[in-house]
Design a protein around this ligand. Sequence first.
Ligand SMILES: Nc1ncnc2c1ncn2[C@@H]1O[C@H](COP(=O)(O)OP(=O)(O)OP(=O)(O)O)[C@@H](O)[C@H]1O
Ligand SMILES: [Mg+2]
Length: 240
Amino acid sequence: MSAPLLSVYDLYAGYQDFDILKGIDLEVHPGEIVCVIGPNGAGKSTVFKAIYGFVKVRQGAVRFDGQEITNARPRDVLNAGISIVPQLRSVFPQMTVMENLEMGMYLEKNQTRVRRRIQYILDLFPRLGERRAQMAGTMSGGEQRMLEIGRALMLEPKMVMMDEPSAGLAPLIIRTIFENIQRLNREIGLTVLMIEQNARQGLEASHRGYVLELGRNAYEGPARALLDNRDVRRAFLGGQ
Ligand SMILES: Nc1ncnc2c1ncn2[C@@H]1O[C@H](COP(=O)(O)OP(=O)(O)OP(=O)(O)O)[C@@H](O)[C@H]1O
Ligand SMILES: [Mg+2]
């Protein structure tokens, strides 16, 4: 296998004086879709926050693309090539689709480059193209999610981290979101690290997966193997 793009090693992090993560290990290889699952409160979002510099790493290391980014500031993590779609909705509701995409590149002075990139995103998501002048807050939940993903792609990241991309969406729309993630992976080689509460569907859309429990690694492996694992199924996939 290729060298990992992201490697998280023995990660300890938490809030106040309390460790939520107690030695998490995780790797993402270039071109992979990796899904992190686990019960509420397991520490999944905290892993993302620790990678992104929103919470302090107390022990362990984060490396990305050959660079050590442990406790780097969010801006530097972004510059290293990781963009993030957070767990809570993050479109700017009073701005149009176009303006939201511009915000994904708001420090870029070269307007030609910004226009070109927006056109690229609109071509990737024709639905956003049709709605380019619409206020983001008036779009459906699924369209807003697509816009968030599009905005995260504006800076040509090497990897996108998505915290529960399917949250709060209707079953049919959830399928569309996962199909789009797989399409981006296939068509532009997008590397994705995502957290999913819809564990079965998340794994079905992924190459590999991690199960976290109480701030530790519980299981990991090819997504197919996790889906077939009896213990994982019973404890984390609704027993199906
Ligand atoms: N800002 C905070 N201050 C204190 N404790 C926090 C904070 N954010 C999260 N926690 C606690 O850390 C633990 C892990 O939270 P985290 O959000 O990482 O879980 P999660 O696995 O993402 O859960 P969910 O599936 O509900 O999103 C929880 O017990 C939570 O209450
Ligand atoms: Mg979470």
